[in-house]
Design a protein around this ligand. Structure first.
Ligand code: GLU
Length: 506
């Protein structure tokens, strides 16, 4: 069985926008599939029509597309074992529930809501857990307690019924989890979960197992919150006679709030001031939740950041492209314990990828911020500005404000430089240098640097004393991109103009 082709699925329910925890599950499935030359399937689990949210499915597709997580088989892509949306597979499930009943692994239950409530209150009153299980089922109205005739009569009459799994009493259920090792549950911890609902539709548990089987899923990689369901799933595989091809399980650790106290929730984003959704989401009621994309994150940075939340490579390398991740990813290296979300680290990743991006791409990300002043010197000029500044910013949106002085006279002058570094003597030197550059028409970065070096030597003044004031005169700033590149780009005419402004002002 070890040479079974790898087929994994990401199986979200379209009940709202995809939280970054879900995106990480999709990513790990994708990395594992690609690493093992397998297939990544996107299955939409929309059996619970009550929780269906308009737009959620499209949102899932857009998010995965934006991040470069390509789906091999799915609703949009098609594939040999579709349909890939559970609401389009509704004819497949009931027969399996009936098979389980016939084989003695499940039963019809006819209890009314009142009867169920009564059972719960009775059990609670005697301090027992209010479960429909191997003990309590024997005093309820189901095909285990009613006569065969009565059951048939009820079924023929069209009485409402549900089908529940019949779990054994006090039996050990063991299974192996790729990340957590052997997991043991006792069947008494579980209840006889509903498999088929009154409307004849399957619950999550039944549909999920049937589909994993029919779609030949080899590994189930999903969030830790599904661990308590896994023993039930193992029993379903056994009872349906599919144990030999049961997928391997891997339950991923939770993503925790930054302080480590509890799971990062959908509400935390707006509360703590960072996005928890890949792209902006507008709810059907019109409420907007921020997204990584709209906040200026590069998809590569989000992928890298999410990959490292719960997984790490065998060395200290931190920066990976998606292809590099595919290369090194190992499910066995996913940690068991929760991973704290770290906003500063997310920004760090963005900065790293932004520095490595090409300026054209970054320009496209700030297109809607561009004013005539930014383009008046031409496209090439703007691209060079972006290239000079990209090492200095975390988000593309900071480029234009940080680079204001590339497009216009400085809008302000750093006060500290003026107080500490600017004086009569320095002013004389800077004026002399700028005049010298103009006279000899030295405008290239290397020429400017050489001129400054010579000037400093001849006039016995340290170069260090001149550089920051020179930057300040031209940009108003105390720091910024490499100074000689900046001067070359701004150009001699503009430098002279700015010298005059400073001479008048200070
Ligand atoms: N539909 C479930 C969810 O929303 C799938 C869980 C699983 O992967 O089995 O997460």
């Amino acid at each position: 069985m070890s040479d079974r082709p790898v087929r994994v699925r990401f199986a979200p329910s379209p009940t709202g926008p995809l939280h970054i925890g879900g995106v990480r599950t999709a990513l790990y499935n994708y990395l594992f599939a690609k690493k093992n030359k397998g297939t990544f399937i996107l299955r939409i689990e929309d059996t619970d029509q009550k929780r269906f949210v308009e737009g959620a499915e499209a949102y899932i597709n857009q998010s995965l597309d934006w991040l470069g997580i390509h789906v091999d088989e799915g609703v949009v892509q098609g594939g040999p074992l579709g349909p890939y949306k559970q609401s389009e597979r509704m004819d497949k499930y009931a027969a399996y529930a009936k098979q389980l009943v016939n084989d003695g692994y499940a039963y019809y239950a006819f209890d009314t809501p009142e009867e169920l409530n009564e059972m719960r209150s009775k059990l609670e009153a005697s301090n027992m857990s209010a479960k429909y299980d191997s003990t309590s089922r024997m005093s309820m109205k189901n095909s285990l307690t009613l006569s065969e005739d009565e059951v048939n009569e009820r079924l023929e009459r069209g009485d409402n019924y549900i089908i529940r799994i019949k779990l054994p009493r006090n039996e050990e259920i063991r299974f192996h989890d790729v990340i957590r090792g052997w997991i043991v549950f006792n069947s008494s911890q579980l209840d006889d979960k509903v498999l088929l609902k009154e409307d004849g539709l399957p619950t999550y548990h039944l549909a999920n197992i049937v589909d994993d089987h029919l779609m030949e899923i080899s590994h189930v990689i999903r969030g830790e919150e599904w661990l308590p369901s896994a023993p039930l799933h193992v029993m379903l595989y056994r009872y349906l006679g599919w144990e030999d091809t049961m997928p391997k399980f891997a339950h991923l650790p939770l993503i925790l709030k930054p302080d480590g106290k509890g799971k990062l929730s959908k509400r935390d984003g707006d509360r703590l001031g960072f996005p928890v959704f890949p792209i902006e989401w507008t709810s059907p009621e019109g409420d907007i939740s921020s997204g990584y994309r709209e906040s200026g994150y590069l998809p590569e940075a989000v992928v890298n950041m999410l990959a490292m939340l719960g997984w790490h490579p065998s060395d200290n390398k931190e920066l990976f492209t998606l292809d590099e991740l595919i290369d090194v990813f190992q499910l066995e290296r996913v940690s068991k314990s929760g991973a704290k979300f770290d906003m500063d680290k997310s920004k760090w990743f963005n900065h790293q990828f932004l520095m490595r991006s090409n300026a054209q791409e970054l320009k496209a990300m700030i297109e809607d911020q561009l004013l005539p002043i930014h383009t008046q010197k031409g496209e090439e000029y703007l691209i060079q500005v972006i290239d000079l500044l990209k090492e200095k910013v975390t988000f593309p949106s900071e480029l234009l404000s940080m680079g204001q002085y590339f497009f216009d006279l400085p809008s302000s002058y750093d006060d500290k430089v003026q107080r500490k570094k600017w004086n009569e003597e320095v002013s004389v030197h800077i004026n002399a240098i700028i005049n010298g550059l103009v006279q000899s028409n030295l405008s290239k970065a290397s020429q400017i640097e050489e001129y400054l070096d010579n000037y400093a030597e001849q006039n016995e003044v340290s170069k260090g004393k001149l550089m920051q004031p020179l930057r300040w005169v031209v940009s108003g700033q105390a720091g910024g991109p490499p100074i000689f590149d900046m001067l070359e780009l701004i150009g001699l005419d503009e430098i002279v103009k700015r010298m005059r402004v400073v001479n008048d002002k200070f």
